[in-house]
Design a binder for this molecule. Sequence first.
Ligand code: SF4
Length: 414
Amino acid sequence: MERQKAMLASYFRELASAREAGRKVVYTFVPGNLTELIRAAGALGVYPEVNALQSAMRQKSEGYVREAERLGHSEDVCSYVKCDIGMLAAGNFGPTGEKLPPPDLLLLSYTGCFTFMKWFELLQKQYNCELAMLHVPYQAEGAVTEEMRRYVAQQLRTEVIPKLEKVTGRKVDLDELASLLAASARAEDDLSWVLDSARHTPSPIDAYFGGVYYVGPIFTAFRGTEACAEYYGELRPEVEGRIERREGPVMPNGSLAEERFRLGVEGPPNWTHFRDFWKIFYDEGAVVVASTYTKVGGFYDHGFRHGSDADPLLSLADYCLGCYTNQSLPARVELLASYVRDFHADGFVVNSLKSCNSFSVGQLVMLREVEQRTGVPGGFIETDLVDPRYYSQSNIKNRIESYLQMISRRREQA
Ligand code: SF4
């Protein structure tokens, strides 16, 4: 956690001085982010969702959301968008208080969420800068075809790279890109191993609340860097040690003494009350052993690694196509059911977010389907990403406690 905080702080400092350093800046979304390509073009990436969630963790998001609503954005709009718009209206100071540079390029990797398009349309009006659109076909049939891969790679070649080169004035070297992808793959091996370690009993990690810290560097600006390799090089032995000592995960109030419940979770967390939310689970001895949210910025479960195709552009296409937000409802149901089975979960909780339609649509159907396939009961709660008006600690606590009591009663009866 400390190392990641330091990495982020240093990255925001780098962004704040990007203009003086002559660095170009590319805004892009976490799902489908082309971090290695941006680096190969010599530019720095800005990730609006990360700014929003970091602002929420520092209790700055509510004011931004309200400001966006004052400017006319509806209550129903994704609160990440409103947080970003409100932050921009307030001078575009990032979560650490340093000013964010305006984008030279908006790089829109469209991976399943329609809001991405509307969000960057708004930013384009504000900044009047270059915009590159990468259309990633939705995995409606639950599979990626060769045509889909080639279609995405072709757009990288003819739309994204030329625009990157235009704004940075630097040619993208595909060999350099390939070596950045190879460095990413090494870190991704470590991340996959860490997330998989939750199969142990007791689980040495919490794969949702703790998982947020495990996926951080790989989901954002650090893929392909030395700092990223060091981060995962430190994380993996730490988790190995916990397995050897049969220790549970580190939770908000220290190591968990007894693992009473193993859960799967679907949906992103609430960020404004992140630690209070986590503590509800911690107090009950509930450990999240697998979550879908830790797959939004890259899906590595089934073996995908950056650079696994000899053509770096096809490899980036595979990455974008595989993002969780780009997967169909039946595929998401099967994934969650497999987590319940493979990680020996006692139950699973769906955290339905008021403002994220991309995740929330169909979640009640998912709940029933996963219950049927696994025979394990599901729990349902409702919160929001970065709008604290839609988070009620007492309500969530009541629901989670009743849900876990129900699992206990079933155990006793069994
Ligand atoms: S609706 Fe959900 S997936 Fe789409 S931009 Fe908002 S938080 Fe991200």
